[in-house]
Design a protein around this ligand. Structure first.
Ligand code: NAD
Length: 291
């Protein structure tokens, strides 16, 4: 069993980004600038945004945080987005999700300029991704690609099972795995909550990417010997032995699976750390495009 160390790979990506920023400075080019819009005071969203801002500092990016009250109207939020779209100093920005219930999330994401859409959620960029045109890829699928490529796991001709069909993970990674590129060329099956015979599908697969959010759902007797497992799931489960009272668990029962697999990502420390580094990589790309 080989462990795919997402923490280590993410560190490498951040170092590469930092080197690019240093090179830009040497050439008197502007440093990339990432902005984040945070609506309301949801604790988890605040933590995610804080770690994005912290990561910006580490690689030498400029960052801005727009904290907005959760009573903000849709029109006011759109106007704020328009201001950022028009601000030439900002290369890319994200609208931290989820948004308050009275705001139409889809409508808001469609207002982000596709040129600054470093989350890759705008329909223009999503469409380009589907067509195989170079664009900003959503951060988690981009992180999965990075993990697979840097671990030298072959995807060509392999049977891949993606479990979960969300817009942010399952659907995009299934598209990317089937594309006719160096990363891709797999035979992809997408399973979801209505799929039958999931166990059989798992047993037939060379690569499994699980993004469902059910702790320890995939057991050792469900997988083929030597297969590669990417565990995207992140669920807090109660743990009285932990000082925090909970622990973070993936979709995969690591204990029973690890003795059978070829490669596996741990949770935490697998896909999770990659998401922020890929967001920064997209921001660098946006900055380079606007040079
Ligand atoms: P989601 O929560 O929007 O949807 C879950 C998906 O799982 C659905 O498509 C559903 O059809 C499928 N599903 C549910 N029960 C199933 C079952 N019994 N069998 C087969 N499929 C089933 O999906 P999401 O937003 O992609 O999140 C999935 C998990 O990934 C969550 O734990 C989330 O926290 C985690 N996540 C992690 C990262 C990261 O950076 N590591 C990023 C995004 C999401």
């Amino acid at each position: 069993m080989k462990l795919i160390d997402g923490k280590n790979i993410s560190e490498k990506v951040l170092k590469e980004i930092k080197l690019s920023v240093d090179d830009r400075l040497k050439c008197n080019l502007k440093v990339p600038h990432l902005a984040a819009i945070l609506v309301g005071d949801d604790g988890a969203s605040k933590t995610y945004v804080d770690s994005k801002i912290k990561a910006c500092k580490r690689v030498g990016f400029k960052s801005s945080l727009f904290k907005l009250d959760d009573s903000i109207t849709e029109i006011e939020l759109i106007s704020q987005i328009q201001n950022i779209n028009d601000n030439d100093d900002i290369d890319g920005f994200i609208v931290q999700l989820p948004l308050p219930r009275h705001i139409d999330q889809e409508k808001i994401l469609n207002k982000v300029s596709p040129d600054k859409d470093v989350d890759g959620f705008h329909p223009n960029n999503y469409g380009k991704m589907t067509l195989g045109i170079d664009t900003f890829l959503p951060a988690t699928p981009a992180g999965i690609i990075e993990l697979i490529e840097r671990s030298e796991i072959q995807t060509e001709g392999k049977k891949c099972l993606v479990i979960g069909r969300s817009q942010i993970v399952g659907r995009p990674i299934s598209i990317l795995l089937s594309q006719n590129k160096s990363f891709g060329n797999s035979t992809v099956t997408v399973a979801h909550s209505r799929s039958k015979d999931l166990e059989k599908l798992c047993l037939e697969s060379d690569i499994i990417i699980s993004a469902i959010g059910i702790p320890e759902f995939i057991k050792g007797d469900m997988i083929k010997k030597g297969s590669s497992i990417i565990d995207v799931g992140i669920t807090r489960v109660k743990d009285p032995l932990s000082p925090k009272g909970y622990r973070i668990t993936g979709d995969v029962d690591f204990k029973s699976v690890s003795s059978k697999v070829g490669y596996i990502t741990p949770v935490p420390g697998g896909v999770g750390p990659m998401t922020i580094s890929m967001l920064l990589k997209n921001t660098l790309k946006a900055c380079e495009i606007s040079d």
